[in-house]
Structure formats: structure tokens, C-alpha cells
Design a binder for this molecule. Structure first.
Ligand code: ATP
Ligand code: MG
Length: 587
């Protein structure tokens, strides 16, 4: 196995540096524990030797008490070490989780289109969790156990040099054999982890799609796939356990049985020669047993490292991905007030696909409303995404501003842009939280009065107060329990609190009941006062408020002009759309 130690060390150093004192404390605790491990058998030897040679019961009692005392301290050290170690590893891994999550959030949408949410959870949490032991214990345990092993061997040399030589040879051979055997099970476990990832991917997908799966009667098929995965999973796990468990552990058992035999033969021989006492024979056994512990621990750590190294590789891969949206070194502030919109020859395609927008050029003056129309898939939502800079167009430029000053959105700060350009999306993302949090986006600085005032202005007050708990009503996960129209109403309130200079409204294409439609109309009117608006319309009502109309077809502008003019021109597409009925054509 090839381990790039330097990279590993850098990772360790970065996340442990902040908690240096705790790491030192952990090291001290572990080392004290190890020292006591070595000392305690010596008390036993004294006890046995005193007992066999008829020592005073007083000193025997003292030795017994001392033995118990040391054992208790040892336990206390082990518990404290676990406590401190958990703290160290959680702090370090949480730091890494936060860095990874932030990094992923900063990456552009093309990254997120390629990676499913489940995969990202697995990479941000799963891989990091696999490192927790590595962060808190690896170095200390491996070093500590090597020290323990050396300590035991040195003590054995002091008992008798022949014992020392015998046991050193034994420990060396055992370590060598076991390290080799240790890797036998690794590929098997890798297969098991692979299928378990597949299983959880499947499970996540099925749970998210429960509604559709049930309504389309696919339950039996999903269960079939569930069982199929289970059927593949079980034999792999059994195989890995059998190989990992039985082969591993039986080889450890055999190796140490041989060790015991060597210790026994040595002990018997030396005792016979009169070189050692019966107490020393005893601790010879005791230490042989003790050699096993550090060897096992070191093996366990190495196995853990082999697992961790896969994760470290994946983490480094993610961190190496750069956003395709370069940030401006010195962001320029967008002007206050309503924003004018300028598209200059903008062409765009999603990753290597057909162009979705082609040579789009239009100018929307500040404070005016543009109605965007077009068949499904014509690129309307994409146009809105470009304005929010979720993607950069391949060619052309988008500028925002007012008559005095206009700024390319590439040179605007990201936060500024998202603050000044607000969008109500086609299917609004609601969170499993109260209505209040869904409106404020969990910003606790916004008082209830402000919220009340704003939703009152939007005309949503009665609707929200009629919910079971008003602002405190909990929404089901994924915004369940609200219709698409109602979700858009909440999103309007969300925007209204932020007071953007440009509002983009991507209307839900689903039909709304008249009451909700009425409310939305009212809310939009409020939202668009004193602001520039782009409404992607699926309904006649919404188009009526537009000053100008833009019709997209397969990513090209096929018509653009004043609504009043187009409406009266029988040759225009808009005129024809109005005749046939917008809803029939666009919905
Ligand atoms: P609708 O009226 O149904 O909302 P739309 O006009 O908003 O349609 P867009 O969502 O802009 O259409 O999509 C335009 C084209 O871009 C479609 O062909 C679609 O398949 C493609 N597209 C949309 N989003 C992505 C994406 N994230 N990755 C790749 N292609 C996409
Ligand atoms: Mg759309």
C-alpha cells in the first residue's frame, strides 16, 4: 500500500493546530496509561514472590492494595483519554466538515448538477467520519503502542537477557506475519462498503420519490430492487467477516499460542537453571500476553488508516475542484433603487449541451416590467438563472444598473447581487420549519412586527393567520402541505423582506385556484411597485401588467417590444397568443 504521508500529515497539522493543548493533554494521558500498563505486573511479581517465600502478610496486603490502586488510576486515565480524544476528533472533523460544506456551497451549479445530494452528504459527512479516529488517535496510538511494546521488551531484558532476546524475536515475527495477513480482508470490506453506498443511494431516492412511486404503482418493483440489493449485500458481508474475522483472529490466536509456548519453554528452562523466580515466570506470561495488545492496536490503526486513506483521497479531490464562476477581486457595488437590465448578445449552454440561449439582446429600463413568454423548454428559467449568476454565459455580457451607472454582474459582489436581485422560482424550496423561518430564511433579527407588516402589505395576512398556528405553523419537509401557489406566496414574502431592486418571478406552470391566483396578483403588484420586474408568465393576468413583452423560442428572441403596440398588431405573435389563449399554448 502506498501512503502519501506528507499529505496526511498536512491535513492532521491543519486541523489539530487549533487545539494543541488538548492534543498534548491527550498524549500525556495515553502515555501515563501505557506506563502504568508496564508497571502493574511488577507489583504482581513482588506479590507472588513474597507469597511463595513466606513474606509478611502486611506487605502482601499493601502490594494488593497498590495493585488495585494502580488499576483504578489506569482506568481513570483510559476514560479521560477517551473523553479528551472524542473532543479532539470532533473538533477537528467538524472543522473539516464545515470547510468542505462551505467549499461545496461556493461551487457553481454545474458542480451541483453533477453530484446528487446523497453523494454530497456521503462525501462531506461519511468520508470525514471515517477520519475521526485518524485525527484523534492514530499518531498517538501507533507511537504509544510502539513505546509500550519497546517498554515491555526492555523490562523483559532486565528480567533476563535470554527472555528479552526470545520475546523480541517473537514480537518482530508476529508483527510481520500479522501485518501481512491484515490486508487480506481489505478488498472484501471495500466491496461491502461499495454496495452499502449503492443501497443508501437507492434508499434515499426511493424515499424522496415515495409519492410518485406509490401513485404509479411501482411499489412492488421498488421492493424487488430492495431485496435484490439485500441479496447481494449479505453474502459479501458474510465473506468479508469470515475472512476478516476468522482468518485474522485465528492467525492472531495461533501466533500468540506459539508465543505462549515459547514463553513457557523459556520460563521452565530458566527456572530450572535457577536463573529466575516463580514470580518472574509469571510475569513472563503476563508480558507475553501484554505484547499482544500493542501489536493488535497497531494493526487496528493500520487497518483504519487504509480505510481513511480512501477518504482522504476523496476529500482532497473535492477541495481541488474550483468554481467555474470567478469572483471579482474588487467587487463593484450595484446602484440603489430599481435596476435596469441589459443583455448584450448573451449565448449560453449547460455543460456541453445544445445552446439553450442564443444571442439574446434586450434592454429593460429601471422600474419597468418585462413579461417573458415561450413554450416549455424555451429557456425562460435559464435566462433568470443567468441574471442571478448561477451560471456565466459563454459569450456576451449582462449588466445591471440605472441610467447613470451600470455594472457587469461579473464584477458585482456575490452577496450584493443576490441581495439586490430577488427571484421567486417555479417550484419554491421550502424548509422543514415554521412559516416564520421559511419567510425570514432563519434570520432572527427580523422582528415579528416587520413580518406582520410586510405580509399585511402583500395581502397575505388572513391567509397566514388562518393556518393552524399562524406564523408558528410547521411546514412538512419539502414544503409539503402547501400548494405550488401558496409556496410562491411565501416566497414573495421572503423577497419583500429583502427589498431587492430587480424582482424575477418564474410563475408556477400549474393551475391555481381563483382565490390563490387573486392573492398572488395582489402580492405581485406590491412586489413590483418601485422595482424592475421580469415575470415569466404562464397566465394572461400576469402578462397584463408587463410594459414590454419578450417571446423566446428555442433560446432565441423571436419577438420583443412594447406590450401595447404588440397587442394591437395582428401580425405579432403576441397578438396571436392572446387570440388562442395563453394558458392553452404555454401551460
Ligand atoms: P418551462 O416553461 O417548462 O419552465 P423554461 O423555458 O423555463 O421551461 P428552461 O428551464 O430554461 O426552460 O430550460 C431550457 C432548456 O435547458 C431545456 O431544454 C432543459 O432541458 C435545459 N436545462 C434546464 N436546466 C438544465 C440543467 N440544470 N442542466 C442541463 N440542461 C438544463
Ligand atoms: Mg421554467
Amino acid at each position: 500500500m502506498n501512503i502519501p504521508l506528507r499529505q496526511y500529515w498536512n491535513l492532521l497539522a491543519k486541523y489539530l493546530a487549533a487545539q494543541r493543548s488538548r492534543v498534548v493533554l491527550l498524549a500525556v494521558l495515553l502515555l501515563i496509561g501505557i506506563t502504568l500498563d508496564i508497571i502493574n505486573p511488577q507489583i504482581l511479581r513482588y506479590f507472588i514472590d513474597s507469597a511463595t517465600t513466606g513474606g509478611a502478610s502486611d506487605s502482601l496486603l499493601r502490594a494488593a492494595l497498590l495493585f488495585i490502586g494502580v488499576a483504578l488510576v489506569q482506568r481513570a486515565m483510559a476514560i479521560s483519554a477517551t473523553y479528551v480524544g472524542e473532543g479532539v476528533s470532533w473538533n477537528a472533523t467538524n472543522g473539516l466538515r464545515a470547510d468542505l460544506a462551505l467549499h461545496c456551497l461556493r461551487l457553481d451549479m454545474s458542480f451541483h448538477n453533477l453530484h446528487t445530494p446523497g453523494e454530497l452528504i456521503e462525501r462531506i459527512d461519511g468520508d470525514v467520519t471515517a477520519l475521526s479516529n485518524y485525527f484523534s488517535q492514530f499518531v498517538i496510538r501507533v507511537l504509544g503502542n510502539l513505546v509500550l511494546l519497546l517498554g515491555v521488551l526492555v523490562v523483559l531484558y532486565f528480567q533476563d537477557w535470554r527472555i528479552g532476546v526470545g520475546m523480541t524475536a517473537f514480537a518482530g515475527i508476529a508483527l510481520l506475519i500479522l501485518v501481512r495477513i491484515r490486508w487480506i480482508a481489505v478488498p472484501h470490506w471495500r466491496r461491502v462498503r461499495h454496495i452499502s453506498a449503492e443501497f443508501y443511494g437507492f434508499l434515499g431516492e426511493s424515499l424522496a420519490g415515495t409519492e410518485d412511486i406509490r401513485s404509479s404503482g411501482a411499489t412492488d418493483y421498488m421492493l424487488y430492487r430492495f431485496y435484490e440489493l439485500m441479496r447481494r449485500w449479505l453474502p459479501l458481508t458474510v465473506k468479508a467477516s469470515v475472512i476478516g474475522g476468522s482468518v485474522m483472529w485465528s492467525s492472531i490466536l495461533i501466533t500468540f499460542a506459539v508465543g505462549m509456548a515459547v514463553a513457557f519453554a523459556l520460563g521452565a528452562w530458566l527456572y530450572h537453571l535457577g536463573a529466575i523466580t516463580i514470580g518472574t515466570v509469571y510475569i513472563l506470561f503476563f508480558y507475553t500476553e501484554m505484547i499482544r495488545q500493542p501489536i493488535e492496536q497497531i494493526l487496528r490503526q493500520l487497518e483504519d488508516l487504509s480505510r481513511a486513506s480512501a477518504s482522504i483521497g476523496r476529500i482532497r479531490d473535492i477541495l481541488a475542484i474550483e468554481s467555474k464562476l470567478p469572483v471579482a477581486a474588487q467587487p463593484i457595488d450595484l446602484p440603489r433603487g430599481p435596476l435596469a437590465v441589459d443583455f448584450q448578445n448573451v449565448s449560453f449552454s449547460y455543460a456541453e449541451a445544445e445552446p439553450v440561449l442564443q444571442s439574446v439582446t434586450f434592454h429593460l429600463p429601471a422600474g419597468k416590467v418585462l413579461g417573458v413568454l415561450g413554450r416549455t423548454g424555451s429557456g425562460k428559467t435559464t435566462l433568470a438563472r443567468l441574471l442571478l449568476r448561477l451560471y456565466d454565459p459563454q459569450t456576451g455580457e449582462i449588466r445591471l444598473g440605472n441610467p447613470d451607472r451600470s455594472v457587469s454582474i461579473r464584477s458585482a459582489g456575490e452577496n450584493d447581487l443576490r441581495q439586490r436581485v430577488g427571484m421567486v422560482t417555479q417550484d419554491v424550496q421550502l424548509f422543514h420549519a415554521g412559516v416564520r423561518d421559511n419567510i425570514t430564511f432563519f434570520d432572527e433579527r427580523i422582528s415579528d412586527e416587520t413580518i406582520q407588516q410586510k405580509i399585511n402589505q402583500l395581502g397575505l395576512r388572513t391567509r397566514i393567520e388562518s393556518m393552524s398556528n399562524g406564523l408558528d405553523t410547521e411546514l412538512a419537509s419539502g414544503g409539503g402541505g402547501l400548494s405550488a401557489g401558496e409556496a410562491q406566496l411565501l416566497a414573495c414574502a421572503r423577497l419583500f423582506l429583502r427589498d431587492p431592486g430587480l424582482v424575477i418571478l418564474d410563475e408556477a406552470s400549474s393551475r391555481l385556484d381563483p382565490a390563490t391566483e387573486q392573492l398572488i396578483e395582489q402580492a405581485i403588484t406590491q412586489l413590483l411597485t418601485q422595482r424592475t420586474g421580469i415575470v415569466i408568465a404562464h397566465r394572461l393576468k400576469t402578462v397584463q401588467r408587463a410594459d414590454s413583452i419578450l417571446i423566446l423560442d428555442a433560446g432565441r428572441i423571436v419577438e420583443y417590444g412594447d406590450r401595447d403596440v404588440l397587442m394591437r398588431d395582428p401580425a405579432s405573435r403576441f397578438y396571436q397568443l392572446l387570440q388562442t389563449g395563453l394558458e392553452e399554448v404555454l401551460a
